[in-house]
Design a protein around this ligand. Sequence first.
Ligand code: MG
Length: 248
Amino acid sequence: MIIIKSSDEIKRIREAGKIVGTAIKKIENLIEPGMTTAEIDDIVQSTITKMGGRPAFKGYRGFPASACVSVNEEVVHGIPGSRKIRSGDIVGIDVGVEYQGCYADAAATFPVGKISEQASTLINVTRKALSAGIEKCVVGNKLYDISHAIQKVVENAGFSIVRDFVGHGVGLKLHEDPPIPNYGLPNRGPTLKKGMVFAIEPMVNMGNYSVKILKNNWTVVTCDGSLSAHFEHTVVITPEGSDILTFW
Ligand code: MG
């Protein structure tokens, strides 16, 4: 069942979203070669707690950190640690926050130092795919209109969209119904209604879309070792269209 949020709940999801956005913006400003992924996690954690939120990922199904930090061929769910990021890397940061019982979730992929032109295209296409999906968040549209719009942008650019991980409803819990695949046929699925809140999150691989999970039981990597990028926003459907709640 897709939960319709009250205006009071949306207010609190928006507050959670502000904290998520602030943490991601901070990383965008500070990320540089030589930083460890654990240092990134520390910055995210302190930003969240200073603003009165709780890192929603920490302890979720045993996840040990406040942010997922996924480098290069890591798709999502990278565990922060002693790895030093280097010039030429692309680094995905995924942050979830709980604020007064409400949740928001967002992610972005940032270049570190000088990256290849193809890596830069991958990042831009992934960001564009997320925007194309968000544009379909309109009352009366069908859920898979979002999925289809994302897939089209990615495949037209010659990249592939990950199948095994998908977006989701969010707000009163970190993960709610419905699952939101980033691929599919338009004009299908539940009808979008005012007050639905979605975490839309395309994961885009430069090579094949197949992925696998490493032995740490968390980190998802591309099977062919190609680079992967990830962008995510928490979005509420409004009478006029939609509103991004995780802005930076
Ligand atoms: Mg998510």
